[in-house]
Design a protein around this ligand. Structure first.
Ligand SMILES: C[S@@+](CC[C@H](N)C(=O)[O-])C[C@H]1O[C@@H](n2cnc3c(N)ncnc32)[C@H](O)[C@@H]1O
Length: 270
């Protein structure tokens, strides 16, 4: 068993190789020992380390190795309706965008992230059958306008990096990047339950956000749903996947851009 693990997951020449994610976890081992420091200062432990292209590339490979299997499982279960275009906002290595396109042969994806992350995504997509349907959008989406109109915007594992105010402002801007009736789908480590303490994994992840981000956190599902309504979305609803198959348990919420009366009559016209 151990030998098989070493020959596959730890073997850089094997397709099951997950070394980049293991490297990330290993580097975080030291950081966790500085938790007291982060609590006392109120700042992440790697505050002085800059966002370098090298760091971003390594992190993107780690994200790819982390989500390769789960992305396919999520894509199999998410109903994208008749969507033809999806914006993967903060999509990093593009693992999810590729999984969605593999599942939906008429879907085109736009992958938005920092330039260094997109370099990794291009390497990963190079031999993928859906590569011609993938577009790249190098952008800081928090400070720059988001161009285009999409049927679906997929915001996965990014919510927890930002504060409630930043996420709310982004939800407002994403509304303009959605086609009438289009859907924003958010995947994250949501807190659930009456006390907003479940799951343990999501609570613990909040501590790692304290270690690694300036303003991030894990958020209650119902709070996130309330931000979405406040930003003008309708039909805010959880998307339930088969137990044990998602990235996080209870980790998906969808919300629609309303169709304005003028748009409704335009859609009716032949
Ligand atoms: C934790 S990773 C998630 C990657 C992928 N969406 C997933 O679910 O595996 C967060 C990604 O968001 C990107 N990101 C965060 N803030 C960003 C910003 N302001 N502009 C562009 N990309 C951003 C990061 O570069 C990173 O690739």
């Amino acid at each position: 068993m151990q030998a098989r693990f070493a020959a596959t997951v730890l073997n850089a020449r094997h397709q099951a190789y997950r070394g980049a994610y293991l490297d990330l976890l290993k580097s975080q081992w030291q950081d966790w020992s500085r938790l007291t420091e982060a609590v006392r200062s109120g700042h992440p432990v790697d505050r002085d380390e800059q966002e370098t292209p090298d760091y971003r590339r390594q992190f993107s490979w780690a994200m790819h190795h982390r989500s390769l299997e789960v992305a396919a499982r999520v894509a199999r279960q998410l109903d994208l309706g008749r969507a033809r275009s999806i914006l993967d906002l903060g999509g990093g290595p593009g693992t999810y965008a590729l999984a969605f396109m593999e599942r939906h042969p008429r879907l085109s994806a736009t992958l938005c992230d920092r330039a260094a992350a997109l370099e990794v995504a291009k390497d990963i997509a190079a031999n993928h059958p859906a590569r011609k349907r993938l577009m790249y959008l190098p952008l800081d989406f928090m400070s720059e306008p988001i161009p285009g109109r999409f049927d679906v915007v997929w915001y996965s594992n990014v919510l927890h990096i930002y504060s409630p105010e930043e996420n709310l402002a982004l939800f407002h801007r994403v509304l303009n990047a959605l086609a009438p009736g289009g859907t924003l789908i958010i995947q994250d480590a949501f807190l659930h339950g009456r006390e907003d303490l479940h799951s343990e994994e999501a609570s613990l992840f909040a501590v790692s956000m304290l270690l690694f981000t300036e303003r991030g956190n894990t958020y209650p599902f119902r709070e996130t749903a309330a931000w979405l309504r406040k930003a003008g979305y309708v039909k805010v609803r959880p998307i339930v996947l088969k137990r044990g198959t998602g990235d996080w348990e209870g980790g998906i919420v969808a919300a629609s851009r309303p169709i304005r009366p003028r748009e409704r009559s335009a859609r009716r016209r032949p």
